[in-house]
Design a protein around this ligand. Structure first.
Ligand code: MD5
Ligand code: FE
Length: 203
């Protein structure tokens, strides 16, 4: 089921359900090579979600700022390769939502526990804002907040469940968004976690 929440913001309910256990296996393989870790914001706060990456670059944050880097600072090795199945899935989702020619070079993987949140923020560390972002949700459900151009713009609340795929781009690409709540539960695949895969074109 494809729901256009707003022009350029498409929710594809359950698109990842059939491949979820395969994607989860990929996440576990990736996190054995580049473990989930907490990151510090430039302001010195610790983010509550734990992150890792796969792809030719990875997104990191520390006291120096947010940026994409070629190597995992934890291991000093390149980030794990993006599995072809994940790459092709993200391209297909973008295409269904009307964004032809998406070619993600990074997948940021966020792991949330029940108490984790992600404050309102913009994704603006990428070079080409004409490229959309594709987000895949696995495991526990979340309340996703979608705002506007300004931090204090009003927000719309969207329930993201296991297998849901969100594609957004165009004029909404730099809108504020965040995760306000993770619903408690024990997911058959992920246990106490919500895992979100965010595919982007960084370079
Ligand atoms: C997440 N991740 O669920 C969130 C939301 C991030 C991040 O925001 O930067 O890692 S998935 C991203 C998302 C989905 C749908 C729309 C928008 C962002 N948006 O309009 O900006 O871990
Ligand atoms: Fe974001």
């Amino acid at each position: 089921e494809m729901i256009e929440l707003q022009p350029s913001l498409t929710l594809i309910k359950g698109m990842a359900t059939a491949q979820a256990s395969q994607f989860w296996q990929s996440v576990m393989t990736i996190s054995r090579q580049s473990p989930f870790r907490k990151m510090q914001t430039p302001g010195g706060q610790w983010m509550s979600a734990e992150i890792t990456n796969c792809g030719t670059v990875g997104w990191v944050s520390d006291r120096q700022g947010y940026r994409y880097v070629n190597r995992d600072p934890l291991t000093d090795q390149p980030w794990p390769l993006m599995p072809v199945t994940l790459y092709e899935f993200a391209c297909e989702a973008a295409s269904r939502a009307g964004f032809e020619g998406f070619s993600p070079d990074i997948c940021l993987i966020n792991r949330y526990r029940i108490a984790s949140k992600m404050g309102l923020h913009q994704d603006r560390d990428e070079r080409d804002f004409a490229q959309p972002i594709v987000s895949v949700s696995l495991g526990l459900s979340a309340n996703f907040l979608f705002g506007g151009e300004r931090r204090n713009s009003s927000t719309q609340s969207i329930l993201l469940e296991h297998g849901d795929v969100l594609v957004w781009g165009g004029p909404l690409r730099k809108y504020f968004h965040g995760i306000s709540k993770i619903y408690p539960g024990d997911d058959p695949l992920t246990g106490p976690y919500r895992v979100n895969l965010t595919f982007r074109r960084a370079l």
